[in-house]
Structures are given as structure tokens and as C-alpha cells.
Design a binder for this molecule. Structure first.
Ligand SMILES: [Zn+2]
Ligand SMILES: [Zn+2]
Length: 354
């Protein structure tokens, strides 16, 4: 016989929070800028002084924020070479576009969450707007470029003989890149093979300081971490000024950046993926210092597989369950279904106990 207590136990069991997926709380930047000697970090950290600035006012230095938005694709200002410090309607529009793209609440204001994201280190590749009338989150570059070779495809990669870093061993660097390529190779019918022939390799990897001749200068510690070019360019550049790490237990710096995470992200660009607005996906534009993000999410996988097809050995089934708890797009849908199921169970138990 069911007692009130056993009904309560059943209700507690079915409505336990562990049955319901929840979004992870946002991670905010915890870096102390006073410990860092870098113009890039200090430049972006200056943005904190714009908190709650209001439209129509003169805000000293806000032209730097306009430059940021112009660089990353949020301010339509092709013919403007010099921005003013007036907080104008174009800036307000750029803020709302940025908030939408980054999955932030669209307040159209420089609130603390928006500024925290703006100050985070990120990829140097601009963020394309989401195409209209689509429910997909993954995005391609204009013209949907991809490597145009027969499937299964073989691509070679090589490291620049001149432009490498010495703070990590070549063995550690090569290991991080090998793992990064393998994440993508496991989901698409493409194999990546290291080559010693830098001149003829499909993908050319190098670490560079500042202005390195492609019009996309690096900016010192943090700020922009790396950039890569669309297919079939194969150019893959990393900022040599970063404290690149392959093991955070060995590299204690506040500013350490995980090499495998950045490499995995940039390989997505090399294959034809642009930036997504799913925060948990590898193709999201920013990465916090000391953060590791190497596992492809469903958004990344669906995006790259619609360009190249699936690796015949890849199965979504076993993968999807672990991804659903951390992939924003799937999170709510699955969470919603589970929530409905839990509610039905509760109705059933209450009815049964009566
Ligand atoms: Zn990127
Ligand atoms: Zn470059």
C-alpha cells in the first residue's frame, strides 16, 4: 500500500533536479589586469570604464570600442578611418548585433555581461551575421568555401621552419596539433597528415608577433589569440606573444592559453566553418585564459558534416547524450521534453496515491 511518505519519495525522485538539464552559469573573466604587462589586455580591459555609458554622450576613448566592433564585423563603416568618441546610434546598433550573436541578453547597453565578453580573449576572425530565416546556429563563410577534393580526403599540414615558439617543446606542440586535427578527423571523412614539406603542405602553421604581413596584426598577450583563413588557403597563424600551454598543471600563468583548444577552433575555420553563437561549441569566438574547450559539440559536428559528410565510423548516438547537457541548442529542447515527462509522471503518481 502506498503511504503519503512513499508518494512523497516518488515525487521527489521524479522531480529531482538531476533529471532536468540546466544551463551552466556563465563564466566571467577572473583575470587581474594589474598583473599583466600587455597593451592588448589593458586596451580591452579599458572597456570596463564604459559600463552604463549612455547614448548621445561624449565618452572618452569609446572610439576604441567602435574599432573593435568594426574589426569583428558589427559596425558597417567601410569608408570610415577615424571614429569619434560620441556614443551614437550606430554604436548602439553594433552593441545589439553583438549581444545577439554572442548569445547575451539584448539590452542594447554596455552592461557588465556584455563588457565581460568584450574583454575576453578571442579569435581574430570576424563574426559573420547569422543568415536570415535559418534555425541553424553553425555558420559558413560567404560563398560556403570548402576543400574541393574527392571524399575521402587527405590534407597535409606542416609547421613553419622559421616561425615557431621555444617555450614549448616541438614534441608538445606537435602532440597538441595532432589531437586537435583528430577531433575533426573523427567526425568527417578527412585525414590530416603531418608533412615536413612546408612549401607544399595544404595547411601551413606558424607563430607570429604583431604585424606579420597579412594585414591582420597580432596584439600581444591575450586579446586576439590566433586566426586562420578560409578554404583552400590553409594559412594558420597563432600569436607568438601568448603563453601557450599544453598542461595547466605545469604552466601556472594567469594568462596561459590552451594550445589544443585554439588549434581545434582554428581548424574549424580552415575547413570552412565560421563563428557560431552557441557558447559551448568549439566554434564560439572567445576562449577564457586557462580554459580548455576541445570536444566538438553537436553544432560543430553538424556544421562540418554538412560540408564534407560523415566519417563512416562516426555515430551520433553515443556522442549525443553527453553533448546534450552542455550544448545550448539541444539543452533546452531535451530539457523541455524531460520536464514534460517528469510532469506527467508526477500527475500519474498523485493519481495513483489518491
Ligand atoms: Zn575563430
Ligand atoms: Zn596572420
Amino acid at each position: 500500500m502506498f503511504s503519503f511518505f512513499s508518494c512523497f519519495l516518488l515525487l521527489s525522485l521524479f522531480s529531482s533536479p538531476s533529471n532536468i538539464h540546466a544551463r551552466k552559469p556563465p563564466v566571467y573573466m577572473t583575470l587581474n589586469p594589474n598583473n599583466i604587462n600587455s597593451s592588448a589586455v589593458k586596451n580591452w580591459h579599458d572597456f570596463v570604464k564604459f559600463q552604463d555609458a549612455t547614448k548621445g554622450s561624449l565618452v572618452n576613448g569609446i572610439s576604441k570600442l567602435k574599432n573593435y566592433f568594426n574589426k569583428f564585423g558589427y559596425l558597417d563603416a567601410q569608408n570610415i578611418t577615424h571614429f569619434t568618441d560620441i556614443y551614437d546610434s550606430n554604436l548602439e546598433l553594433a552593441i545589439s548585433k553583438y549581444q545577439e550573436k554572442m548569445g547575451l541578453p539584448v539590452t542594447q547597453k554596455l552592461d557588465s555581461r556584455t563588457l565581460s565578453e568584450l574583454m575576453s580573449p578571442r579569435c581574430g576572425v570576424p563574426d559573420p551575421p547569422k543568415p536570415p530565416h535559418t534555425t541553424k546556429d553553425y555558420v559558413y563563410f560567404t560563398g560556403r568555401p570548402r576543400w574541393n577534393r574527392n571524399i575521402p580526403m587527405r590534407l597535409t599540414y606542416a609547421f613553419s621552419p622559421q616561425n615557431m615558439i621555444t617555450s614549448l617543446s616541438m614534441e608538445d606542440i606537435k602532440g597538441a596539433f595532432k589531437r586537435a586535427f583528430s577531433h575533426w578527423a573523427s567526425v568527417i571523412p578527412v585525414t590530416f597528415v603531418e608533412s615536413d614539406d612546408y612549401g607544399f603542405a595544404d595547411i601551413k602553421i606558424g607563430f607570429y608577433y604583431g604585424d606579420h604581413g597579412d594585414g591582420e596584426a597580432f596584439d600581444g598577450v591575450l586579446g586576439i589569440l590566433a586566426h586562420a583563413f578560409t578554404p583552400e588557403s590553409g594559412r594558420f597563424h597563432l600569436d607568438a606573444a601568448e603563453t601557450w600551454a599544453v598542461d595547466f598543471a605545469a604552466e601556472k600563468a594567469d594568462t596561459a592559453v590552451d594550445l589544443e583548444s585554439v588549434a581545434t577552433h582554428e581548424i574549424g575555420h580552415l575547413m570552412g566553418l565560421a563563428h557560431t553563437d552557441i557558447k559551448e561549441a568549439v566554434m564560439y569566438p572567445s576562449l577564457k585564459p586557462r580554459e580548455r574547450k576541445v570536444e566538438l559539440k553537436i553544432d560543430d559536428i553538424k556544421g562540418v558534416q554538412s560540408l564534407y559528410g560523415s566519417n563512416p565510423n562516426f555515430r551520433f548516438g553515443s556522442f549525443a547524450e553527453s553533448d546534450m547537457s552542455s550544448n545550448g541548442a539541444f539543452d533546452w529542447r531535451v530539457g523541455g521534453e524531460r520536464l514534460i515527462r517528469v510532469k506527467w509522471m508526477m500527475v500519474f503518481v498523485v493519481w495513483f496515491c489518491m
